[in-house]
Design a protein around this ligand. Structure first.
Ligand SMILES: NC(=O)c1ccc[n+]([C@@H]2O[C@H](COP(=O)([O-])OP(=O)(O)OC[C@H]3O[C@@H](n4cnc5c(N)ncnc54)[C@H](OP(=O)(O)O)[C@@H]3O)[C@@H](O)[C@H]2O)c1
Length: 372
């Protein structure tokens, strides 16, 4: 068995610690991947601070991380799509309630991936580029295509969107960069928001028009731009994005539904370790107040909202649609870009906490990546 090593989260609220980890062999529908690059996500730095709130089921010691790219080293008995040596990317789902398994977290050298949550990487795409995709892609796909969210037509039937328009608020985030591309691939027109320095990023990915989300007139500007369009709803990404999306949809005749990626307030002020409970006690009443205010706003405007869970697709039809039927060809044909661009923080598992710290300080249309 190969030697494995992981970045462990030993207990709720504890600090990450590097150490040996077992190598786990794949079950029938699984593959094992030796990582070459992993990316970090906001949730990875939130779990040490507020894991009890967002993942109450998580068993410790845990191995976090969702985004991996590497080489297949072993395949399960029922796997036919992959063979040893294939370059793949995948959404590692170890922290999901249905899995809850350290062997399936990304922050280690070898991870077990579900066959239907992995995709071959074409030669034109590097490991560093490939690993930016999984959680952002999964979250965007759940928000856009799940039947209990925006329920858009799928990109596996191109041109099916029939010219309807979708709002993607937060186009330069990882989730937004994927949402634009998926919606466009499915035949929808996208109206997006970002900072002005990221307008070109959003249009390169396919947005028809981009607006500055900090502009005091952004709601009015987007609403007037959408007059006469058939609107299929909005994907709200970024703290504070749900309210303006509801205001826009509330003035239009189309589908009044907001799929929500982000909580209404930021949890960045809650530290991990000492001070965590005091930080939580300060933030939770604000969270409750903001949630109540959004509920009232939704009622007043006649808009429905629902939170996205980016890991839900592991157990529904969206996972295979994206990772098995859509992504491989779209990447190989250059119709789908690994966006946002990777920014390599360093090499080795020790660099993951540094990447998380850099992410806490803020990124703009970049995904922080660690080589392994
Ligand atoms: N529900 C889920 O399952 C799920 C899964 C993944 C992520 N998320 C959430 O989705 C959000 C995005 O995550 P990510 O990893 O995609 O983020 P990210 O790439 O790290 O986000 C960085 C970007 O956020 C943009 N941004 C910041 N505040 C914004 C706002 N108020 N409105 C619009 N854009 C804003 C910045 O845009 P500019 O530089 O252009 O200003 C920046 O480019 C986070 O809140 C994250 O917690 C939720």
């Amino acid at each position: 068995m190969p030697d494995n090593e992981a970045l462990w989260l030993p207990a709720k609220g504890a600090a990450f610690r590097r150490g040996p980890a077992p190598y786990t062999r794949p079950k029938a529908n699984e593959i094992v991947v030796r990582h070459r690059a992993v990316a970090v996500n906001p949730v990875d730095r939130m779990i040490p601070a507020i894991g009890g709130l967002i993942l109450p089921w998580l068993r410790y010691p845990a191995i976090l991380g969702s985004d991996v790219a590497g080489d297949v080293v072993e395949v399960g008995s029922a796997v036919t799509r992959f063979k040893v040596g294939d370059r793949v990317l995948g959404h590692a789902v170890g922290v999901e309630k249905a899995r809850n398994a350290p062997s399936e977290g990304a922050f280690q050298l070898f991870t077990v991936l579900l066959d239907h949550m992995a995709t071959p990487i074409p030669q034109t795409v590097t490991y560093e580029q490939a690993c930016v995709l999984p959680l952002g892609l999964s979250t965007a796909a759940c928000g856009l295509f799940q039947s209990d969210l925006l329920a858009l037509r799928w990109p596996t039937a191109p041109g099916s969107g029939g010219g309807e328009t979708v709002i993607v608020w937060g186009a330069s985030t990882s989730v937004g960069s994927n949402a634009i591309q998926l919606a466009v691939a499915a035949g929808y027109r996208v109206i997006a928001t970002a900072s002005p320095h990221n307008f070109a990023h959003a249009t390169r990915l396919g947005a028809s028009a981009v607006f500055d989300y900090r502009s005091p007139t952004v709601v009015r500007d987007i609403a007037s731009r959408l007059q006469g369009d058939r609107v299929a709803g909005a994907l709200a990404i970024g703290v504070g994005s749900t309210g303006p999306c509801m205001e826009i949809l509330g003035t239009l005749p189309g589908r009044r539904f907001v799929a929500v990626a982000s909580p209404p307030i930021a949890f960045d002020t809650v530290p991990s370790g000492r001070g965590r409970l005091i930080g939580l006690a300060r933030v939770l009443p604000r969270m409750a107040g903001a949630t109540l205010a959004l509920r009232r706003q939704a009622k007043r405007l006649g808009v429905q909202t629902r939170m996205i869970w980016g890991g839900a697709l592991l157990g529904n039809e969206i996972g295979p649609m994206i990772y098995r039927d859509f992504l491989e060809r779209a990447l190989a044909e250059g119709r789908y870009l690994a966006a946002p661009e990777p920014l390599v923080v360093g090499e080795g598992l020790d660099q993951v906490p540094e990447a998380l710290e850099q992410q806490r300080r803020g990124v703009s249309a970049r995904k922080l990546v660690v080589r392994l």
